[in-house]
Design a binder for this molecule. Structure first.
Ligand code: TC6
Length: 290
């Protein structure tokens, strides 16, 4: 599935909705056993296949490639959905973010993130909100999506950054973002990374366990296909039950308090101070262009 929401693949409400619907279709079509999430154009990959609907690589491996679909590399949640809108909109938006995470984290499909980035340039700032220092990033919500996958492959480019940087925007990662992070890199590493809003370069991301492999940019998809072949070799039923056993407790924590989590998000994001921080961050993003 390819993410396509120019210019920075931010997770707008429209994109989230389309992602959820597409995912549901694939889950219900029993001919699909796995998905590679990416943002790079199919034509950019040396996979020896036409950019048509279905791509075969190795025994039993299939990846659906469509327009307007989703990736692991994105600017994260769409800040314009969380800024200057009304509480009903915030609630609708947050419900969609929750829904996507719930579906991805417990998906029966094998999910592989082939992470390659968008982005051009960055500045730095002394203001209370901190812009990402380098080009090409997979921050916050973008990172969360990749964390729901079973395996992550990151393009080896020192300009690429990945992590949960919420505190740099003056906001707090929700508990289920934190849980997903802890499940991936452990408690101590998460404690530090979340407070500092750390964004990891590829070598650091590999070291801390945020990604499973770092490969040259032109090998990201071919590596994803080989990895998929390995995962496909495992009987689905046994693999799915194992995944469920590993992840269900985390999912249940949100399921039990979904409405409360929405209310918390709406009241937090509606605060004047938070709206000011987000506005300032958006303005800084715009200014760095000029
Ligand atoms: C509790 C909540 C939890 C929160 C979770 C999150 O995910 S919070 C999110 C955490 N995410 C971040 O902290 C990432 C913030 N983004 C960045 O750091 C950089 O944009 C980049 C590294 C992704 C790409 O750099 P680049 O130099 O290639 O591109 P550029 O910077 O020039 O931007 C181009 C245009 O896109 C716009 N826009 C950008 N991001 C967003 C967004 N998320 N949304 C909406 N719009 C966004 C930007 O304003 C500009 O608009 P304009 O002026 O054309 O109208």
């Amino acid at each position: 599935m390819k993410f396509k929401n120019p210019p920075v693949n931010s997770l707008s409400l429209e994109l989230l909705t389309e992602f959820i619907i597409s995912l549901e279709k694939l889950e219900n079509d029993k001919t699909f056993r796995g998905i590679i999430l990416t943002s790079k154009d199919v034509e950019d990959f040396e996979c020896g296949c036409p950019s048509s609907q279905t791509l075969q690589a190795g025994e039993g491996v299939r990846s659906l490639l469509q327009q307007h679909m989703v990736t692991a590399a994105s600017a994260g949640l769409d800040l314009t959905e969380m800024c200057g809108k009304n509480p009903a909109h915030y609630a609708e938006y947050w419900k969609a973010v929750q829904e996507l995470w719930l579906r991805l984290y417990l998906s029966n499909l094998v999910l592989i993130a082939a992470i390659n980035m968008t982005g051009t340039s960055h500045g730095s700032t002394q203001s209370p909100v901190v812009l990402l220092p380098l080009q090409g990033a997979c921050p916050a919500g973008g990172c969360l999506i990749s964390l729901t996958c079973d395996y992550r492959i990151l393009a080896d480019n020192p300009k690429y950054l990945m992590g949960l940087n919420e505190t740099l925007l003056g906001i707090v990662a929700p508990f289920w973002f934190k849980d997903t992070f802890v499940n991936t890199i452990g408690h101590r590493a998460s404690e530090q990374a979340l407070q500092l809003g750390l964004l990891f370069r590829p070598a650091e991301a590999l070291q801390v366990g945020l990604v499973d492999q770092v490969v040259p940019e032109d090998q990201v998809l071919s590596t994803a296909l080989s990895v998929m072949a390995r995962w496909m070799a495992i009987p689905d039923h046994a693999r799915q039950l194992t995944k469920n056993m590993m992840r269900k407790t985390t999912v249940d924590r949100l399921v039990k308090q979904r409405d409360t989590d929405i209310q918390n998000f709406v009241s937090f994001i509606s605060r004047d101070s938070i709206q000011k921080s987000l506005q300032m961050y958006l303005e800084k993003l715009k200014q760095k262009k000029g």
